[in-house]
Design a protein around this ligand. Structure first.
Ligand code: C6P
Length: 405
């Protein structure tokens, strides 16, 4: 693969920041967009812009065709049984809240258990806290071991028949841990629990297939995989979606409306009230085409090489503590703490050299408490990053020691 040529598909990367070439190491927060996606948005607004599913004129039918074609692409991309299992959302956060407020409210009651893990992003924690308060269900979590993996002995103990929902992250945004999704979903199924997998950091970084993983719900955000912000996906197994009540009411989700009451469309439209993010959906379709042309296996291999290289070089930086698995397969990010600088100060320092990283709790406050750190600095990689950029990061980390001490 010619990764340098692929990198040139991202116009934003070709710029200087603070007098240095930009080194963008914050893709776990939001990825950059290739020209193919930017052009798809521009084409849509210049030629086809119109509302979908509403009018019979030419522009509306073009917009509707492109919108529904993107739904089919998403279904193929994540390996679902049918495109009717694909609901467009604003992102992971909205997808999880949708499940909590529909399936959750309908199915949970006092005595039931919602099981999560100690490494969840707040968006896969707070909605379940709210749901537990509302329904009387109990929220429990599987602890995280010192090496950043799940306590498998605790999985056996906690995954009981009281568990109605097991919601967990595929790849941790704060540790890089890759959870064994298929194995955990099979265990949950054996006790009759419904599963929700948070694919924010896995989708677009590795092949994901719903039928193979066997989860009941899956969420991802387009902006972390080359698509625009504001668009995401909730996958739900059709039998579950069909039995779920709507969440948001409004246009397009109804079959018929009288002043006395309404009936609702079948999924997925039942869960897509109002005018959707049409351009975002089309941009998501373009991102999928783009990623598939490179190949998800190739992307995964390259991402893994980058993070293995980063782990190797960064672990030699004096005073560094890297969180998460120290060896073996991990996601394409390295989150660390330097004993001489607060993450926010370090991120600002790196920024003066044109390096973009994220510092803080990464929306995983309980995990920071678990590892007794005020926060971490996170370098996260995608296929457009290079070995030279990692070398640059290490140089700056070494220089930071002199600067801060
Ligand atoms: N993590 C990060 O810098 P939204 O904001 O809805 O697109 O995605 C939420 C989300 C859910 N789960 C995981 C594992 C995530 O990493 C994220 C987003 C970003 O780590 C922004 S906080």
């Amino acid at each position: 693969m010619d990764w340098h040529r692929i990198r040139s598909d991202f116009p934003i990367l070709d710029q200087q920041v603070n007098g240095h070439p930009l080194v963008y190491l914050d893709s776990a927060a939001s990825s950059q967009k290739p020209r193919a996606v930017i052009n798809a948005l521009s084409h849509y607004y210049q030629h086809d812009n119109s509302n979908v599913h509403r009018a019979l004129h030419e522009l509306s039918s073009r917009a509707t065709d492109a919108f529904e074609a993107a739904r089919k692409k998403v279904a193929r991309f994540i390996g679902t049984a049918t495109e009717d299992e694909i609901i467009f959302t604003r992102g992971c956060t909205e997808g999880i809240n949708l499940v909590a407020n529909t399936w959750g409210v309908q199915n949970l009651r006092s005595g039931d258990v919602i099981l999560i893990t100690g490494m969840e992003h707040h968006s896969n924690l707070v909605p379940w806290q709210l749901l537990a308060q509302r329904t009387g269900a109990t929220l429990k979590h599987i602890p995280v071991l010192d090496d950043g993996t799940l306590d498998t002995a605790a999985v056996e103990m906690l995954l009981t028949e009281q568990v109605k929902l097991f919601a967990f992250v595929h790849i941790s945004n704060s540790l890089g841990t890759i959870n064994p999704a298929r194995e955990l979903c099979a265990k949950a199924k054996a006790v009759g629990a419904v599963t929700l997998l948070d694919g924010a950091q896995s989708t677009g970084h590795m092949p994901v297939n719903m039928l193979d993983i066997g989860c009941d719900f899956f969420v991802f955000s387009g902006h972390k995989m080359c698509a625009p912000t504001g668009i995401g996906v909730l996958y739900g197994r059709y039998a579950l979606l069909k039995a779920m009540p709507p969440w948001h009411g409004g246009g397009e989700m109804i079959a018929s409306v009288t002043l006395e009451g309404s009936t609702f469309k079948e999924p997925p439209h039942r869960f897509e009230a109002g005018t959707p993010d049409i351009a975002g959906v089309i941009g998501l379709g373009a991102a999928i085409d783009y990623l598939e042309a490179i190949g998800l296996e190739n992307i995964q291999r390259h991402d893994t090489n980058l993070s293995n290289y980063a782990m190797q070089c960064m672990s030699e930086v004096p005073g560094i503590r890297i969180l998460g698995p120290q060896s073996g397969h991990r996601g394409s990010l390295v989150a660390f703490h330097l004993d001489f600088a607060h993450p926010h100060d370090l991120v600002e320092y790196a920024n003066t050299y044109g390096i973009a990283m994220r510092g803080g709790n990464h929306c995983t406050q309980p995990l920071m408490k678990r590892f007794k750190v005020p926060g971490t600095t996170r370098a996260s990689f995608y296929f457009y990053n290079t070995i030279e950029e990692i070398n640059r990061l290490v140089e700056v980390l070494l220089a930071a020691r002199k600067f801060f001490t």
